[in-house]
Design a protein around this ligand. Structure first.
Ligand code: FAD
Length: 357
């Protein structure tokens, strides 16, 4: 039996994996992160997180780095019918919320992922292997054997690592979940939506709302979002009879949003069809294998909570894993807002744990 290479191997360096790596790094746990891609996923996906998640970013010392690329969203959401009449306004909340920051933030996911990855350089105990695809997971004795190869090297040989615990932050198609054999509860939503992201051209000043709009038009439901700076998004529901291949053709795309923006006013950043799912994995831990993020659950993006849930998973897992790796049953926390307060760590006190040694 070879020696352990790390206490915790994290598969996947998306937001969930990066958050967990930062937390475990701060807790002094030895971590190996394996990520198939050479860089962050460049296409925009999540655009909203909430105040609790900003608090989590602050807890790993990255509050300022994240604030620099995020916009506090105070404007709320309007629900509008096909005739343009406002049916309902879900008011935004200005100022500081219960977490000591804004209640909502808008951002560009690749920039957030870079900020989280930037934090990992602080921890010599966190090793990251980019461009490394995990291919097989075998629990063995007091650890787990991980086999994979460097995908960006020609004829790369299989490499093997041993970790005490493995966290599958490896997204919706998770290999870790499949290895665990966990089943998934399907909550019955599988809706294809066209996600259309543009950057308004410099100097173009359109009369677009600051708030989010849910266009409740039965003929074509859509969501409009003011993301950050000049970035705007429309999410457009596919209707019976739509040809997905035709829908992503530039002519068709721009017609769908022609009420608000023309191709000479904005640059298309990405248009792609995503099928939104609502699924929950049953069994997030089996022996030394654990799940976090989209590998454990997926939710449609309408309330902007999919990634937020993954960040909360990481916060929830990190202090427990760190305690187990140190062989501690009880740990002492210090909460940043109350620097002198020290108390026994529990499920609700997940912020910035300074692990008792
Ligand atoms: C259109 C859209 C809009 C969204 N809007 C929001 C929003 O506003 N707010 C919100 O909170 N959420 C939103 N989400 C959801 C959010 O993007 C995801 O929940 C989030 O990216 C999940 O993060 P993750 O780290 O769990 O997984 P991922 O981001 O999928 O990362 C998984 C990583 O694991 C790697 N990986 C997978 N398999 C292997 C392997 N075998 N070996 C090595 N590496 C591997 C992948 O390369 C990837 O980098 C949206 C999603 C979409 C599609």
């Amino acid at each position: 039996m070879s020696e352990l290479d790390c206490d915790v191997a994290i598969v996947g360096l998306g937001p969930s994996g990066a958050m967990l790596a930062n937390l475990l790094g701060a807790a002094g746990v030895s971590v190996l992160v394996l990520e198939r891609l050479p860089d962050v996923v460049p296409t925009p996906r999540a655009i909203h997180f909430d105040g609790e998640v900003m608090r989590a970013f602050q807890s790993i010392g990255l509050g300022d780095a994240v604030a620099a690329i995020a916009r506090p969203g105070m404007e709320g959401m309007h629900f509008v019918n096909a005739a343009g009449r406002t049916l309902l306004v879900r008011r935004g909340s200005a100022g500081v919320g219960p977490h000591g920051c804004a209640n909502n933030y808008y951002f560009h996911q690749p920039e957030l992922e870079r900020a989280l990855r930037g934090g990992l350089g602080r921890y010599p105990n966190v090793q990251v292997r980019l461009g490394f695809e995990l291919e097989a997971i075998t629990p063995s004795g007091d650890g787990v054997m991980l086999e994979g190869r460097q995908v960006d090297a020609a004829d790369a040989a299989t490499q093997t690592f041993r970790a005490r615990y493995v966290v599958g932050a490896d997204g919706a198609r998770s290999l870790v979940r499949k290895t665990m054999g966990s089943s998934r509860d399907d909550l019955g939503l599988h809706q294809p939506w066209l996600v259309f992201d543009v950057m308004l051209n410099p100097g173009v000043d359109l009369d677009l709302p600051r708030h989010t709009v849910q266009h409740c038009d039965p003929a074509r439901p859509m969501t409009y979002c003011n993301v950050t700076d000049r970035r705007r998004r429309w999410e457009i529901m596919l209707m019976p009879g739509d040809d997905p291949a035709q829908l992503v053709q530039p002519d068709t795309l721009w017609k769908l949003v022609s009420r608000w923006v023309r191709p000479d006013q904005a640059t298309l950043e990405r248009a792609a069809i995503y099928t939104f799912h609502s699924v929950i994995t049953q069994g997030w831990r089996k022996g030394r294998l654990l799940l976090a993020g989209d590998s454990a659950h997926q939710t449609p993006p309408f309330l902007g909570q999919g990634m937020c849930a993954g960040i909360r998973d990481a916060v929830n897992l990190a202090w427990k894993l760190a305690a187990v790796c140190r062989g501690k049953r009880r740990t002492i926390c210090s909460i940043p807002t109350k620097p002198n307060a020290r108390r026994t760590c529990g499920p609700s006190s997940t912020w910035r744990c300074n692990w008792a040694t």
